[in-house]
Write a protein that binds this ligand. Structure first.
Ligand code: 5GP
Ligand code: ZN
Length: 114
């Protein structure tokens, strides 16, 4: 098993505030939220980034977006709007090397994305 913070969160070696879990996916609150709603949705399979996705991962990535849709509704931001972000590699600002999708909302986020 890789020495990975998010794998440790999946295995409950590191505590987190889980908001969704099934066999393949986990979603939990970001420890340093940048907005009132800031959740990370991850596959339980250790995939480093978008670069490392394989054909077989297509289904789980699709499921992540459906879970994000459901969480946006549950967390009250479906109507007001939100941003879904995945950072890849150094220029992308990726800090944790386990594929994750940020769900951010609950305040106006502006239009700047880069
Ligand atoms: P990245 O910059 O890789 O796209 O985002 C990594 C995110 O993981 C950051 O927003 C950071 O706050 C969050 N994070 C890092 N370590 C932990 C942790 O131990 N627990 C939780 N809940 N979030 C973390
Ligand atoms: Zn991992």
């Amino acid at each position: 098993m890789p020495d990975c913070i998010f794998c440790k969160i999946i295995n409950r070696e590191i505590p987190s505030q889980v908001v969704y879990e099934d066999e393949e996916l986990l979603a939990f609150k970001d420890i340093h939220p940048v907005a009132p709603v800031h959740v990370l949705a991850i596959p339980k399979k250790h995939v480093v980034s978008v670069n490392d996705l394989a054909d077989e991962d297509a289904e789980v990535v699709g499921k992540i977006f459906l879970v994000i849709k459901e969480l946006a509704s549950q967390l009250g931001i479906a109507e007001t709007g939100y941003r879904v972000v995945t950072n890849s590699g150094e220029d992308g600002g990726q800090e944790v090397g386990h594929l994750h999708f940020h769900l951010i909302g609950g305040k106006p986020l502006g239009r700047k994305i880069g």
